[in-house]
Ligand binder design. Structure first.
Ligand code: FAD
Length: 295
C-alpha cells in the first residue's frame, strides 16, 4: 500500500529489485603477474552495467542502503518516509539543490472519495463515481487498473498526509475540472505547505540520508535486476549506491524539449509550466526492456 501512496501522490515508478551480489569495489587494477588466481567473484565488477546494458561508468565509491530513492519531490519524499517508517535505511538522491520538485510548485490539491472531510460535509460520494470522472474525459481509453489504484487509495493518501502533519481540507466552493462531486482536498499552504511538512519530517528522520545536488546518472543493473544507481555526488564524483530496492521518483519530461517533441509535439510551444528537474531521464531508464522485463 505504501508504494501505492507514492503512486497516487505523484505518479511513481517503482523499480523494486534485489541486490544480488556483494561487489564492493570498482576499477580493479590489473592483477600482478602470478596473482590471477586471487581474483574472485566478489571483486568481479564486469557484471554491473547501466540500464542499456552498456558498461558501467567509473566510480569512486560504493555506498549500500536498504532503499535508494531517486528524486525528492512528493513521490520521493513519500517513498523515503514510508520506507523509514518501516525501519529501512534510506538514501534519497536529489538532482537539484533543494527538495520538493513540481510538488512544491503545485496547488497541493488531491482528489479523493469517501474521506472524513466529505462525510463531515455531508457529501455522498464513492470510488466508482470518482473513477467514472477520470474515465469520461478520455472516453474510457486509459488503464482501468491504474485508475482504480488511484481511486481506491486516494483516501489513504489524505490520511497519510494528515498523519505526517499536513492539514487537508475539502474544497466546497467549486467543482474542479470534470469532477461531478466535491472531492478536492487542499493542503494548508498548497504544495509548498505540503512539501514543507514532508521535508521537515525527512530531515528529522535518522533513517533517511538526503543527498542534494546529486543527480542519478544511470541505474546500475546486474543480471537484469536493478541493484541501485550511479549518482553524481555533489555534482562532482560518480558513486555507486547499491540498494535492495531502488525507487524511481524522478518525475516527468515537461522540461525536456526532445521528449516533448517525440511524445507530445502539440505541447512544444506551450508555456513550460513545469519544474526544472522534469527532464525525463527516469522515464527513459524505466523503458529499457532488459530492466522492465526482469524487475
Ligand atoms: C504549477 C503546477 C501546479 C500543479 N498543481 C497540482 C495540484 O494542485 N494537484 C495535483 O494533483 N497535481 C498538480 N500538479 C502536478 C503535480 O505537481 C505533479 O504531478 C507531482 O508533483 C509530481 O510529483 P513527483 O514526485 O512525481 O515529481 P516532482 O515533485 O517533480 O519530483 C521529482 C524530483 O526528482 C528530481 N529529479 C529529476 N531527475 C533526477 C535525477 N536524475 N536524479 C535525482 N533527482 C532527479 C527533480 O529535481 C524533482 O525534485 C501541478 C504541477 C505544476 C507544475
Amino acid at each position: 500500500m505504501r508504494k501505492v501512496l507514492s503512486l497516487l501522490l505523484c505518479g511513481l515508478l517503482v523499480m523494486g529489485s534485489l541486490a544480488g551480489c556483494t561487489t564492493e569495489q570498482k576499477d580493479m587494477p590489473e592483477p600482478e603477474p602470478g596473482q590471477e588466481e586471487n581474483s574472485n567473484e566478489e571483486n568481479d565488477v564486469s557484471s554491473i552495467t547501466i540500464s542499456t546494458g552498456d558498461a558501467a561508468p567509473e566510480y569512486a565509491e560504493t555506498l549500500e542502503t536498504d532503499v535508494l530513492v531517486l528524486g525528492g519531490g512528493g513521490a520521493g519524499l513519500t517513498s523515503a518516509l514510508t520506507a523509514a517508517e518501516n525501519s529501512k535505511n534510506v538514501i534519497l538522491a536529489e538532482k537539484l539543490g533543494y527538495l520538493g520538485g513540481a510538488t512544491l510548485l503545485s496547488g497541493g490539491i488531491v482528489p479523493a472519495a469517501e474521506t472524513n472531510q466529505q462525510k463531515e460535509a455531508g457529501i455522498i460520494d464513492n470510488q466508482d463515481l470518482f473513477a467514472r470522472d477520470i474515465f469520461r474525459p478520455n472516453s474510457y481509453s486509459v488503464r482501468k487498473d491504474l485508475v482504480y489504484t488511484v481511486t481506491e487509495n486516494a483516501k489513504n493518501v489524505i490520511e497519510w498526509l494528515e498523519e505526517q502533519g499536513v492539514v487537508m481540507s475539502l474544497i466546497t466552493n467549486n467543482l474542479y475540472y470534470g469532477q461531478s462531486n466535491y472531492r478536492m482536498h487542499i493542503a494548508e499552504g498548497g504544495g509548498q505547505g505540503m512539501t514543507t511538512v514532508l521535508i521537515d519530517n525527512a530531515n528529522k528522520n535518522d533513517n533517511i540520508e538526503i543527498m542534494l545536488n546529486s543527480p542519478a546518472i544511470e541505474l546500475a543493473v546486474e543480471d537484469g535486476q536493478v541493484i541501485g544507481a550511479f549518482v553524481k555526488r555533489d555534482k562532482d564524483e560518480t558513486i555507486l549506491i547499491k540498494a535492495e530496492n531502488t525507487v524511481l521518483c524522478t518525475s516527468g519530461f515537461g522540461a525536456n524539449k526532445e521528449m516533448l517533441e517525440e511524445y507530445i509535439p502539440e505541447m512544444i510551444n506551450a508555456f513550460p509550466y513545469v519544474a526544472p528537474g522534469a527532464t525525463g531521464e527516469g522515464i527513459i531508464w524505466g523503458q529499457i526492456d532488459n530492466i522492465r522485463n526482469h524487475s
